[in-house]
Design a protein around this ligand. Structure first.
Ligand code: ADP
Length: 500
């Protein structure tokens, strides 16, 4: 009887369940979308019960699609949208408020106050993060401040906080385990990433009682077992939950970036770049955040992280905003119809610029347009802009770590574009390595879970599983690369400090 590891990939718009075999191959998968709530401008919520239901249904649907029985499941791994915050009643499991999603900006003012109170240095030094509404800490404070009686109840030990991993673990174990892993904890802006404990000073500044926080554990190890009598999942009772990581960290693991200096980039709506920085945490001089990659085998490894706000979304803008293409893949055909962008540069600073510029007043700009500019040049400029922004982040990371990247491993929806990957190799001057299995996030969670129960014997075993689908090598020389990058930087200058 073949055995499998079940990965739960609880994302921002859908809950997925995927079964992996020993070679990392996929058997049986299912995906269920759930509702997004936008109660006010800039606010984003999910219903935690809908998340739980959709995740449970995805499990049973994936079992059906793969013809897999509960007895064949060796372990469960969880990966999740990070930072999204749930507070619930310990006695009943009932949320006291909707989940506040990572994208939600409602706590910007709380963040401004923390900055004005002089907490920035403490937060950067201890959590590795910048003070921002994105992270969980101020979202917890918002719930405690705005739900009647919540702070008093939390102080009496009646309420629990968790990110989505914790929420799922708590429910799957029948309320027995209230835990998170180090990678998820490191995204709360409450966790000391060096001492591996919750930070008293930040908790105090936000009025968050320690008793509501989960226990932070290594990412591969014991998170309890599925409890008997979980409705819809009765057959799964006793299966261990043994791997947990936030989505980006799980992808880094799924890409087998186990050594210091290895990096992956996910090309989705935005881009998420992460580099393994080894066993000591570092602080960026270039506006990147420092985070825990995972805890495994008695060790904790760290990563530098940077993101591009607009990547795949620029292709969608070409389709929906400009109407120059009918579907995303068409961008490649159009872009390949010209040798280059004909001198056109697009800076897609639609929502400002992130690392290393951090200019929220920057706005989108297109420069170098002449009478000869065509839709094809603009399509090519779109692909260029994605690659240039990733190059900006890699340069910042290289400057922080003091060495050059040797290769970039890629995944995400837009990584299927051969043209984009070739442009990226040219701009970075390093090989781009695209794996056969691009479900790296779910795979990473499965690996963390499977390692803990001996399904895989060690990191070598996993590295051997990683099959390269294609490698893209640079086809331009350093001089040409430098010329193009200088041009990009000139274009970025034109986009800056535009809105006010
Ligand atoms: P997310 O998880 O952020 O929703 P995905 O990883 O699913 O994103 O990637 C979706 C993005 O990939 C879209 O923004 C789309 O523009 C882009 N995309 C999809 N197919 C292609 C393609 N063939 N070539 C280039 N980009 C593509």
């Amino acid at each position: 009887m073949e055995r499998y590891v079940l990965a739960l990939d609880q994302g921002t718009t859908s809950s997925r369940a995927i079964f992996f075999d020993r070679s990392g191959g996929i058997h049986g998968t299912a995906q269920l979308e759930f509702k997004q709530y936008y109660p006010h401008d800039g606010w984003v919520e999910h219903d935690p019960m809908e998340i739980l239901m959709s995740q449970k249904l995805a499990i049973t649907a994936a079992m059906e699609s793969g013809g897999i029985a509960a007895a064949q499941i060796a372990a469960i791994g969880i990966t999740n949208q990070r930072e999204t915050t749930v507070v619930w009643e310990k006695a009943t499991g009932k949320p006291v408020y909707n989940a506040i999603v990572w994208q939600c900006r409602r706590t910007s003012e709380i963040c401004e106050k923390l900055i004005a109170d002089g907490l920035s240095d403490h937060v950067a030094e201890h959590t590795g993060l910048l003070i921002d509404a994105y992270f969980s800490a101020t979202k917890i404070k918002w719930i405690l401040d705005n739900v009647e009686g919540a702070r008093e109840r939390a102080e009496r030990g009646e309420l629990l906080f968790g990110t989505i991993d914790t929420w799922l673990i708590w429910w799957l174990t029948g309320g027995k385990v209230h835990a998170t892993d180090y990678s998820n904890a490191s995204r709360t802006m409450l966790f000391d990433i060096d001492r591996l404990c919750w930070d008293e000073k930040i908790m105090k500044a936000l009025g968050i009682p320690a008793c509501m926080l989960p226990e932070a554990r290594p990412s591969s190890g014991d998170f309890g077992v599925v409890a008997p009598g979980i409705s819809g999942l009765e057959a799964l009772a006793g299966i261990p939950i043994s791997g947990v990581a936030g989505d980006q960290q799980a992808a880094l693991f799924g890409q087998a970036c186990f050594s210091k200096g290895q990096a992956k980039n996910t090309y989705g709506t935005g881009c998420f770049l992460m580099m393994n920085t080894g066993e000591s945490s570092m602080r960026s001089r270039n506006g990147l955040v420092s985070t825990i990659a995972w805890g495994l085998d008695g060790k904790v490894e760290y990563a530098l992280e940077g993101s591009v706000f607009n990547a795949g979304s620029v292709i969608k803008w070409l389709r929906d905003g400009l109407g120059l293409i009918k579907s995303a893949p068409e961008v490649n055909i159009l872009a390949e119809s010209v040798p280059d962008a004909g001198g056109v540069l697009l800076v897609p600073a639609f929502t400002g610029l992130g690392a290393p510029y951090w200019d929220m007043y920057a706005r989108g700009t297109m420069v170098g347009i002449t009478r000869g500019t065509t839709a094809a040049h603009i399509a090519r400029a779109v692909l260029d802009s994605i690659a240039y922004q990733v190059t900006d982040l890699i340069s910042a990371m290289e400057d922080d770590v003091g060495f050059r990247l040797s290769e970039l491993r890629v995944d995400g929806g837009a990584s299927v574009s051969n043209k984009l990957m070739q442009i990226q190799a040219d701009m970075l001057g390093v090989a781009i390595n695209r794996p056969e299995v691009v479900e790296t996030t779910a795979l990473g969670a499965a690996y963390l879970a499977g390692l803990a129960v001996g399904f895989w014997s060690g990191l070598d075993d996993i590295e051997n599983n990683r099959k390269v689908e294609r490698v893209f090598r640079p086809e331009i020389d350093a001089h040409e690369r430098g010329r193009r990058y200088a041009e990009w930087q000139r274009a970025v200058e034109r986009s800056r400090s535009w809105a006010n």
